[in-house]
Design a binder for this molecule. Sequence first.
Ligand SMILES: C[S@@+](CC[C@H](N)C(=O)[O-])C[C@H]1O[C@@H](n2cnc3c(N)ncnc32)[C@H](O)[C@@H]1O
Length: 389
Amino acid sequence: MKKEDYKKIEIKLVEEISEEENEVIKEVNNSFSKEDLFLEFEKKKIILNLKLIDLDKFKEKINELTKGLSNNQFLELIKEIEKIKSYGLKSGKRLYVGYNKERKVKDRKKKAQARELHYYANDHDFPKENNEIPKGYENKIICGDSEEVLKKLPDNCVDLVFTSPPYNFGLDYENHDDGVHWEKYIEKLFAVFKECIRVLKYGGRIVINVQPLYSDYIPIHHMITNFFIQNKMIWRNEIIWEKNNYNCKYTAWGSWKSPSKPYLKYTWEFLEVFSKGDLKHPGDSKNADITADEFKEWVLAKWSIAPERKMKDFGHPAMFPEKLADRILKLFSFKGDIILDPFNGVGTTTKVAKETGRRYLGIDPSKEYCEKSEERLKNISPQKKLSDL
Ligand SMILES: C[S@@+](CC[C@H](N)C(=O)[O-])C[C@H]1O[C@@H](n2cnc3c(N)ncnc32)[C@H](O)[C@@H]1O
């Protein structure tokens, strides 16, 4: 390793380095691979040669080794590392050297302009003026068919739609036939989505959680995306929700040990994210409630979250977990925003919306599910922390 292979961080000391500080340096160097990082000192300087670091582990080590030190300069080192906002990620560690070598595209902006960003959506004719949601629809659970209910709302009055439609898997819903011909299913789904686009504010977002029925060979996540981009929405993100579970029979191989017709298995669902008119959603930064650590973690678009385990208790066959709704709401909306779930089930979205200080509208045709949603909304103290979920 040459010294140029490291980023140097220097801490100036008031006095010459002490015996104890020297010991800390030795111990740190023994605890981390020299390929990743090492400390050295000059008379009045501690120098960190930094390439790759597990910052939490480094902090832990420094805290452990410097407990008795009166003037702990090593904490300054940590502060200096945290100040560096630009780094790569490698095996869960921060990489500070050579991480952008692959970026060889010259005149990046000019080329992007020539290609034309989200070209398929730029000739939209969405109205830009946003409206307030009528009071009778604010903070409400409405029992009915979304297509019909949403027709009563004005254009551009919802900030974020977050929903998971029925997947047509043949599940036992209280008041919905979940096994119709795909054409009929798609026709109804898209009729609801068309209304969602209309009621969405300019700059608002729609997030659809969906899983294809692989055994029917229907790529519904692609069909939904295609529908939205044909309707001039900007496809802005795709999040993989890794559930780490196998729902299919372990023996369902298709063709065992043969390429004639292998059947693949999936442990994840998709979240497709769309913007109306503009990628930017205006809002006051004091109404953003995502923390720095959450932001850093959640912008990596593969989320490992366990599926909802209490569906039996709620009497609903296809809920998503509160944690998923919490992430979507904090990443894509501000406190005070209007959140719509047009397939609200037993109200996971509306519950989390209330808890996080958003306003909400949830729609479902089942009276039983709507009553459960109302129950979940009772006794919620807004802003409750969801970290224990
Ligand atoms: C996948 S579930 C949503 C579950 C919800 N995310 C939760 O955690 O409780 C889909 C829901 O859509 C509802 N649904 C079916 N057709 C509908 C329609 N036309 N309008 C509104 N909701 C509908 C079903 O009753 C079902 O509860």
